[in-house]
Design a protein around this ligand. Sequence first.
Ligand code: FAD
Length: 429
Amino acid sequence: MEKIDVAIVGAGLAGLSCAYKLAEKGFQVIVVERGDFPGSKNVTGGRLYLMPIKPLINDMLDEAPFERKVVREQWSLFGKEHSINIDFTGDRFRAQDHSFTILRAHFDRWLSEKLTAKGVFVIPKYRVDDLLWENGAVAGIKAGSEEIYAHVVVASDGVLSSIAEKAGLRPKMAPKNYAIGMKEVIELPEEKINDRFNVESAEGCAHLYLGDVTKGIFGGGFLYTNRNTVSIGVVAGIKAFMGKTPPIDAYALLDNFKERYEIKRLLDGGNLVEYAAHIIPEGGYNGISRLYGDGILVTGDAAGFALNMGVTVRGMEFAIASGVIAAETIIHAKERGDFSSKTLSFYERRLKETFVLQDIEACKEMPEFLENDDFFVFYPERFPGFLEKAMWFGESPKGKVGKTLWNELKSSGMLGFRRLKELYRIKNL
Ligand SMILES: Cc1cc2nc3c(=O)[nH]c(=O)nc-3n(C[C@H](O)[C@H](O)[C@H](O)COP(=O)(O)OP(=O)(O)OC[C@H]3O[C@@H](n4cnc5c(N)ncnc54)[C@H](O)[C@@H]3O)c2cc1C
């Protein structure tokens, strides 16, 4: 049976990055993608952190179609009728290439064209249905009537990876391990974006929202500026959705979010150019699948490599890094002439030496911590409420502001034992 070196399932960032590294070493690689083109089925909020992956990628992202460099961070707490906004910028963020906004339909397509120029076959419109086996080891892929034999199969097929499941590396997951994200891309003139978000051209803003955005469900909103579009969306935990009575319509969350006073004026006059919905892994460290088997490796979302840190969602740099490290592993395995799980276990060892498994492990307690409703209901309602009390000058005498706030604080329950204990847990995150 003639075999190619590597068959990669899925042309997202994990699959493409793996192929890129292998192509540099002259490996025979194919990437099979079910979408019309790489990027057509890939969804992200849109912010890629570059620093962690720099040591791994060499020139891979030179001349990449980044939208804007993020130099402004904003976080908002949305109560039902009021909100607080924190706005941060720093010289370091402007001076260095810390993070960029991207649009996957452009970005992934660009990367796959770069791969094609290096001799990699990226085959769109092909859905891999099954794995081929030989003596108990994975030996290739099956797409319709086509069979492709390979020394190693890389499962880069995203969050609901059927390939990892078929290889027996991933158990069926529970709803609490997933969130759903709804996203729109809205076109606005570049100068309007610069003015409304207080940035120069090529500079961008990343804005995250907690509170009434998700109507009490675990999750939040995001808004990222691109060159002449903005990406806006809402992410919400699937288990929390299922528990809501009366049920909440997922898409209505995004509609309501866009109708908020604080948001509406930012989008005014914009045209909707793209809409997408997608699942996000939320299981954290405990949601990670087995990462290797005989003849197979699992990368990116397929492995569960994503991190919701409350103040930001990270997945893309994990996808890229795990793709590159999977390629390093395959190079090592080819040198040994052995593609068994024993040699491929090098992958997990390398991941443990990098931010991929170190960061996800460090945030092990995050999923459970974020299950606390207080972060999505209580604090977003109370904090803006305090400020309203301080800022409001009505018909009756104002009295002592400090005393009013202290009384509010005491009666709110914020200083109660349970809440203080919860806050104390922050040190473990
Ligand atoms: C709403 C939302 C907001 C997010 N925000 C951010 C953010 O701001 N920053 C960040 O870093 N991360 C963010 N993430 C997470 C990030 O987008 C993912 O972690 C990342 O896209 C994972 O890349 P991947 O290559 O592993 O998977 P994907 O990009 O999902 O690629 C998987 C590919 O496999 C293909 N495929 C699947 N099955 C098959 C099959 N059987 N045969 C052939 N092809 C197949 C799919 O079509 C797809 O192209 C967000 C995610 C969502 C949904």
